[in-house]
Design a protein around this ligand. Structure first.
Ligand code: GDG
Length: 493
């Protein structure tokens, strides 16, 4: 069995018990612990000089981590990844900015990381690269002569072509993405957006089996919706129900209903609109004043990116304003907690609440939605209110699906969820649990890796046929640019 190499921008904290707030870290770590293998990426540290990777083995997972210099961090991570790609891929071109130097840094870091990984590779390794920080990483490996199977999974949405074109080097990035053997997206919508870009731009064609032939490469493009382990989540939610913070919230609620939201503090998560829709519920249906609280847990992330500082200020302002408008001496409408919690405690908090309120403006999947469902007591489950723009909405039809830009509709959905009869709650929950079990985290991992092995094997047969014939055949063969060719020239070919 070949060794699995996982590559992601950030390698999750290697110490057990340290919280890793972020869907990618949660998903990848759980998947890797089962198969074993090597996880390569940034250590999270800023260093004065970038040395070789630090290697640490824990159980069957080896962690290989590297530091980034301040310049690398500013250009690659804070700049092009999080100030250009993240907002645009979440349809926020208004928050996106582009800086050519930052893009150069993004390419430089991708090439430097690929060079460091290459030294650790064995011939039969299978490489799985994750997320938007590393779009050209496979290209960089290919340029270094790596012929191993390389797949890529995008955790965030892939925008429609018109949106993607707002990123100036869009063609170069898509060209680089075609160096992978398999390109995985969260949903059919995302996968189709990529295919639309290829077809409408005249860059290639797509077969009925989802094989894309573009830029001289043949690759599989498809949807691989990430899952969770619902039964493990259910167990944790039950077991951690007697924890101090859970007991405190139960006591503070004093029999009132609870609406629960948990998100990284990010403008894509729709927190402001969510608060305002809750405000509308209280204003339109005064019956709920004093009878329900919204608990929003929002651990800060990327706090050194300016747009994240702004969303934090706006949100604090909105929470204060709404609380000022409705609070009573013994009731605070919105409890806004700007901190991290232990993961299992979060699951227990989900179980305690009557409504899971998950309304991102755009989200690749949204694991919180899935965790909320899995945490519920099947005998008395809460109701999920879910944005139509979360990938999870394609998979959880038992949720009350809302448009997060329609505050009235969200307020109506909250009212409906808060008073939904037990039978209906149970039926919706049972349906969603069955779906979560049928498409859990191992389904996601295995479907992707099976396709990667299959496609890479087929590509190697094609390559070998070409070598044997010793001439250029009219078949799609993986192409490679000469080593050291600057990545910024790729699109000119
Ligand atoms: C990206 C995509 C996609 C949250 N607060 C705490 C905490 N969390 C955990 C949640 C959940 C995870 O972090 C967040 O995952 P999401 O999927 O909701 O969102 P992103 O972080 O934006 O993840 C997303 C995901 O990748 C996976 O592909 O679904 O669309 O944007 O598991 O429970 N965990 C702990 N403390 C917290 O305070 N321990």
């Amino acid at each position: 069995m070949s060794r699995l190499i996982v590559v992601s921008n950030r390698v999750a904290p290697t110490q057990e018990g340290r919280p890793a707030a972020g869907g990618l870290a949660i998903g990848v770590l759980d998947a890797l612990k089962e198969t074993g293998g090597l996880w390569f990426g940034w250590s999270g540290e800023i260093v004065t000089q970038s040395d070789g990777p630090a290697i640490e083995k824990q159980g069957n997972v080896t962690y290989a981590t590297v530091g980034l210099t301040r310049r690398d961090y500013d250009q690659y991570y804070r700049g092009f990844s999080n100030a250009t790609l993240w907002p645009t891929f979440h349809y926020r071109t208004d928050l996106s900015r582009y800086d050519r130097q930052e893009y150069a840094g993004y390419l430089r870091v991708n090439i430097a990381l690929a060079t460091q990984l290459k030294a650790l590779l064995r011939p039969d390794d299978i490489i799985w690269v994750h997320d938007y920080h590393l779009l050209p990483f496979g290209r960089a490996l290919r340029d270094l002569g790596v012929t191993n199977p390389i797949g890529f999974f995008l955790h965030i949405p892939f925008p429609v072509p018109e949106m993607l074109r707002a990123v100036p080097p869009h063609a170069e990035l898509v060209h680089a993405m075609c160096s992978y053997d398999v390109l995985g997206f969260q949903t059919q919508t995302d996968s189709q957006a990529f295919i639309d870009y290829i077809e409408r731009g005249g860059f290639g064609s797509v077969s009925s089996e989802g094989m894309v032939h573009a830029f001289g490469r043949l690759l599989k493009v498809g949807a691989y919706p990430i899952g969770i382990y619902p039964d493990a989540v259910a167990k944790a939610a039950e077991q951690f129900s007697d924890r101090k913070s859970v007991a405190e919230l139960r006591e503070a609620a004093g029999g009132r209903k609870l609406i629960m939201s948990v998100d990284r503090l990010d403008y894509s998560k729709g927190l402001v609109e969510r608060f305002q829709a809750f405000e509308r519920l209280l204003a339109d249906v005064p019956h709920w004043q004093g009878k329900v609280s919204l608990v929003q847990i929002a651990p800060p992330t990327r706090s050194d990116v300016q747009t994240y500082q702004r969303i934090r200020q706006t949100l604090e302002g909105e929470a204060g304003r709404i609380n000022g408008r409705f609070a009573q001496l013994d009731w605070t409408p919105i409890q806004y907690l700007n901190r991290k919690y232990e993961r299992n405690v979060l699951m227990a908090l989900f179980r305690l609440s009557q409504v899971g309120y998950v309304t991102p403006l755009r989200d690749g999947m949204n694991l919180v939605a899935k965790e909320y469902v899995a945490s519920q007591d099947p005998a008395d489950p809460g109701v999920l209110v879910l944005s139509q723009f979360a990938g999870a909405a394609e998979q959880l039809p038992g949720a009350l699906v809302v448009n997060p830009f329609d505050l009235s509709q969200m307020a109506d959905a909250l009212a409906c969820a808060l008073s939904m009869p037990l039978n209906e709650r149970k039926a919706r929950h049972a349906d969603m649990m069955a779906r979560l079990r049928a498409n859990d985290l191992s389904t996601w991992r295995d479907a992707f890796l099976d396709d990667l092995r299959h496609v890479a094997a087929a590509a190697s047969v094609t390559r070998r046929a070409v070598e044997l014939a010793d001439k250029s055949l009219d078949v799609p063969i993986p192409f490679r640019y000469p080593v050291n060719r600057p990545a910024r020239e790729l699109h000119r070919s």
